[in-house]
Ligand binder design. Structure first.
Ligand SMILES: Nc1ncnc2c1ncn2[C@@H]1O[C@H](COP(=O)(O)OP(=O)(O)O)[C@@H](O)[C@H]1O
Ligand SMILES: [Mg+2]
Length: 371
């Protein structure tokens, strides 16, 4: 096991495409880091540079304090798990698991012991004599994991390992990977475009956008205090509502409707307001509120997503399915739950409130008032 230090690493492909732009991530020993972002943002490129499958154009990567820029992939003491499993089709599961160890000249008894241990952990003991084609997708994924585990590497690198599985299997494999990583305590760098996978697996997640880091933080920290509109709309489902508003004193103008917040930090006159769908609540009679013209409703079972407009501005509210929805509904939100972004840069303006502070604030700040 080892810490991984990625320091100002860039990748410039032949032809001049700068896929990764001066990325720095300090990964602690045993930490589970998830790289998340849309397709093409440079996740695989960064992972492959750590693995040694791509040359590092600029910057330094150290694993366990050793600079590995020029170290051969096989000598980096890492194990990689890919989306397509990359199992040898003509070999049995046992041989797939044993292959890397055999190549390294590990004694037979040691190989047997490690394969048996990994197979037990992953519950694939009954399949050791089968070929990969005789396995389900989930079982193949387990074998791919097993091949990484038997190596007892300093770090695991995962590139979208669950993308080929159906939704239900993905959720259960996600849980297995998390538990396994906790048990083994192996430093892990995991790539996914799936924000839910990132939220549930990561000790800390790294949100990438166009080759640059938008934010690094613990999942809830990123969820509650997104550093930019990009992060706000990428992390969390449904995406955070982002509305252009004008500020006048402590009032926020949504076109014709006005939200009286009671108190605001220093803000420009024009800004982007962020509100999570789950922070909007149905106002009780007499409560201050915004009027939402309902356009359509999505029933999710546990929640009901109500999509509509406030003075032409699109807004989604996640409400309880028990509530009856009229054509126009009155919504309210605690001022402590409002997020403010600079409209031109997309960056967060105020220092965010942590969830505990948010609860304290909402107890002391007045509810918004519609004027
Ligand atoms: N071998 C390559 N040569 C040139 N450009 C590449 C190569 N591989 C990836 N890219 C480009 O680098 C960017 C990042 O790609 P990638 O790291 O695969 O993204 P992700 O894994 O986040 O989807 C993309 O614009 C992609 O087209
Ligand atoms: Mg990729």
């Amino acid at each position: 096991m080892a810490a991984i230090d990625i320091l100002e690493v860039s990748k410039i492909y032949a032809g001049g495409v700068e896929a990764v732009k001066s990325v720095s991530i300090d990964i602690a020993d045993g930490e589970f880091i998830v790289l998340v972002g849309p397709s093409g943002c440079g996740k695989s490129t960064l992972l492959r540079m750590v693995a040694g499958l791509e040359e590092i154009s600029k910057g330094t990567v150290t694993i366990g304090g050793r600079r590995i820029n020029d170290v051969e992939p096989a000598d980096r003491d890492i194990a990689m798990v890919f989306q397509n499993y990359a199992l040898y089709p003509h070999m049995t599961v046992y041989d797939n698991l044993a292959y890397g160890l055999k190549n390294r000249g590990t004694p037979k008894a040691e190989i047997d012991a490690r394969v048996a241990e990994a197979a037990r952990m992953l519950e694939i003991e009954p399949y050791l004599t089968r070929k990969p084609r005789a396995l389900s997708g989930g079982q193949r994924q387990r074998v791919a994991m097993g091949r990484a585990i038997v190596r007892k590497p300093a770090a695991f690198l995962f590139d979208e390992p669950l993308s080929n599985l159906d939704a239900k299997l993905r959720v259960s494999m996600r849980g297995e990977i998390k538990q396994l990583q906790k048990r083994l305590g192996t430093t892990s760098l995991y790539v996914t475009h799936d924000q839910l996978e990132a939220m549930t697996l990561a000790d800390r997640l790294v949100v990438l956008n166009g080759g640059r880091i938008e934010q690094i933080g613990r999942p809830l920290e990123v969820y509650h205090t997104p550093a930019s509109t990009f992060v706000a709309s990428f992390i969390g489902s449904p995406a955070m509502n982002l509305v252009q508003v004008t500020r006048e004193g402590t009032r926020l103008h949504f076109g014709g409707q006005v939200l009286e917040t009671g108190r605001l930090p220093p803000l420009p006159a024009e800004l982007t307001l962020g509100i999570r769908a789950e922070d909007l609540r149905l106002a009780q009679p007499g409560d201050p509120s915004l009027r939402l013209k309902v356009e359509y409703i999505e029933e999710l079972g546990a929640q009901r997503l109500v999509h509509g407009t406030v003075d032409g501005k699109t807004l989604t509210a996640a409400l309880s399915p028990e509530i009856d929805i009229a054509d126009t509904i009155a919504l309210t939100v605690a001022p402590s739950r409002l997020h403010f972004f600079d409209t031109s840069t997309g960056k967060r303006i105020t220092q965010p409130l942590d969830p505990a502070a948010g609860r304290r604030e909402s107890a002391t700040l007045p509810e918004p008032v519609l004027v």
